[in-house]
Design a protein around this ligand. Structure first.
Ligand code: DHE
Length: 529
């Protein structure tokens, strides 16, 4: 095992520590600040848009700490405002510093979090059905693919504009800008790649047809109030049959028809924590992947630490069957190993990667890694010494943890290598045709504009760093695997296309507002990363 210059880990849960009080402070709970009705409503919306992802709708904590009034009233308004304005090293964004909230909004949010959280509304089938719109019926859609190399199209999320920008990966032309949900989070494709699906933070799913010229919006539906994940049925015999959205609020998942998004079934996730068997009112659905080994989705429930294998093969009778696997609490994002048998998911607030075997349908292992792992979908390559590996970066420290994924090796499912990374990071990416591993450093204010490139074949060599003028976030390869696309994350942002071999800039695609995730049709369809 080699560990190359690992930085001293940041104190785990810095944000949590900042919001926890000493015994002396505990004696002095701050009074509950008064808010007008209008202020309360405004703050409630801001909380959903900006805060609930990490802290939970009921504020009980997950990726971020518990910020119920029992904790926040132990702090002064001044210190809460400081945290909200400047952010923390633990991963909390500086909402004021980064220009997303004014001083008045920061003041309002500080007062709001000292008030009791309101119970958010439910969102059932009646509301879901009412929101469902088919813009282009199946009978009116193209019957053959376009002449362009559509499998090399990219969907680029313009987060704050709520758009998905479809770009031709060959010509780099913007083909269309498609209105989607609020702060679109991720894109996934159908098993054939023809349809691309977006999920907005507001629970709105949109479906886009890559065969149309230009690609267009064909259906949309609001599946809940707060969501992050979407995927489709990929098992043989069910290709493109179903789509599924995992919601943060209400805590449920919604299954829809794959070609129209017609809602078919809602399944609640409220239940008990896997370890202490305590009831949790808000087990949110974090990442979802479609199994290649069974007609199932792998759904990761954050607060209860349970991985659900959801069998959709009997859905035509209205039946779904759930297998519940105990993993670890605060499950978040994850990806397949290169064989697509094992799913590796980060339990980020527990510094753990849980490995699920989708053939034996069991937990293989909980692996301790660095502080708050955040792989996106991770990266797979062949290490010269250890063979097949998968890796994650971390929100809480500048570290790449590299895990052996070859079950025939004695060191399988252990961290075999660690690479120091300049900054706390969000994403890591490679491609089977690339010898490099790319990491962003987005969370470290001093390094957020740096792209770090490691060489798989020279794992002990120092990485190359490329510095940009703006924050770097998220990487994605083109279909061939000879270009890596990165986002410069700004209101006047751009996507920069880098040659994988020379690391020279090939193209700048400008005029994009807060471009975040980029999803190549082919790579997303085939889970290549
Ligand atoms: Fe994400 C993936 C949740 C903040 C950009 N993000 C995911 C997934 C989850 C998730 C559950 C995995 C989906 C899957 O694979 O099915 N993200 C959350 C949060 O709860 C959190 C921490 C706070 C929030 O309020 O949303 C959060 N995420 C962010 C961001 O701040 C990012 C950088 C920009 C944004 O959208 O606001 C961001 N998340 C992304 C991206 C992916 C993602 C680009 C997909 C990565 C991939 O390559 O698959």
């Amino acid at each position: 095992m080699s560990r190359v210059k690992v930085l001293p880990p940041l104190v785990a849960g810095v944000a949590a520590a900042l919001l926890l009080a000493t015994g002396a402070q505990a004696a002095k709970m701050a009074p509950v600040p008064k808010l007008t009705k209008a202020e309360f409503t405004k703050a409630q919306h801001t909380y959903f848009d900006r805060c609930s992802g990490c802290h939970g709708a009921l504020r009980q904590g997950a990726t971020g700490p518990n910020i119920t009034p029992a904790k926040t009233r132990l702090k002064t308004l001044k210190s809460l405002k400081n945290i909200l304005y400047n952010g923390t090293d633990g991963g909390m964004p500086g909402w004021g510093k980064d220009g997303f909230m004014t001083h008045a909004e920061i003041d309002l949010m500080a007062r709001y979090v000292q008030n009791t959280p309101p119970a958010p509304p439910e969102w059932g089938m009646k509301a879901i059905k009412k929101s469902w719109k088919v813009h282009v019926p199946v009978s009116k859609r193209p019957t053959r693919p376009p002449r362009r190399n559509w499998k090399n199209y990219f969907g680029v999320v313009e987060r704050d504009a709520g758009n998905v920008v479809i770009i031709d990966g060959d010509t780099k032309e913007v083909l269309n800008v498609i209105k989607s949900g609020f702060a679109v989070h991720i894109l996934r494709t159908s098993s054939t790649g023809r349809y691309m699906y977006a999920i907005g933070r507001d629970g709105k799913a949109t479906m886009m047809d890559m065969w149309a010229s230009p690609p267009n919006l064909v259906a949309e539906i609001k599946t809940g109030i707060d969501a992050r994940s979407i995927d489709t049925s990929k098992f043989k015999g069910f290709e493109d049959s179903y789509a599924v959205v995992g919601n943060y609020w209400p805590p449920h998942y919604v299954i829809m028809k794959g070609d129209t998004l017609e809602p078919l079934k809602i399944v609640g996730t409220r239940g008990y924590t896997y370890d202490t068997n305590e009831y949790h009112p808000e087990p949110r659905v974090a990442s979802i992947v479609a199994s290649h080994n069974a007609p199932e989705w792998v759904l990761n429930l954050k607060e209860t630490g349970v991985v659900l294998l959801v069998d959709y093969s009997k859905l035509s009778d209205g039946t779904i069957t759930e297998t519940k696997i105990n993993a670890e609490r605060f499950l978040h994002d994850g990806g397949w190993d290169s064989t697509k048998r094992y799913f590796l998911v980060a339990a980020n607030a527990r510094d753990t990667i849980s490995v699920i075997d989708t053939v034996t349908r069991k937990l293989v292992k909980n692996i301790k890694v660095g502080t708050k792992p955040h792989p996106g979908r991770g990266a797979n390559w062949v290490d010269p010494k250890y063979g097949r590996v998968w890796a994650t970066v971390h929100l809480g420290e500048g570290l790449v943890s590299i895990i052996s994924t070859d079950p025939s090796k004695p060191y399988a499912w252990t961290v075999v290598r660690e690479w120091e990374l300049g900054g706390n990071s969000l994403f890591i990416k490679t491609h089977p045709n690339s010898r490099y591993v790319y990491c962003d450093n987005t969370i470290n204010p001093k390094k957020s504009n740096v792209l770090t490139i490691f060489d798989q074949k020279r794992p002990d060599a120092d990485p190359v760093e490329i510095t940009f003028k703006k924050k770097v976030v998220h990487m994605e390869f083109n279909k061939k695997g000879n270009e890596v696309w990165i986002s410069l994350w700004d209101k006047a942002g751009e996507v920069v296309v880098i040659d994988d071999k020379t690391h020279k800039i090939k193209k700048r695609i400008k005029g994009l507002r807060m471009p975040t995730g980029k999803f190549n049709v082919y790579n997303t369809t085939h889970d290549i990363y």
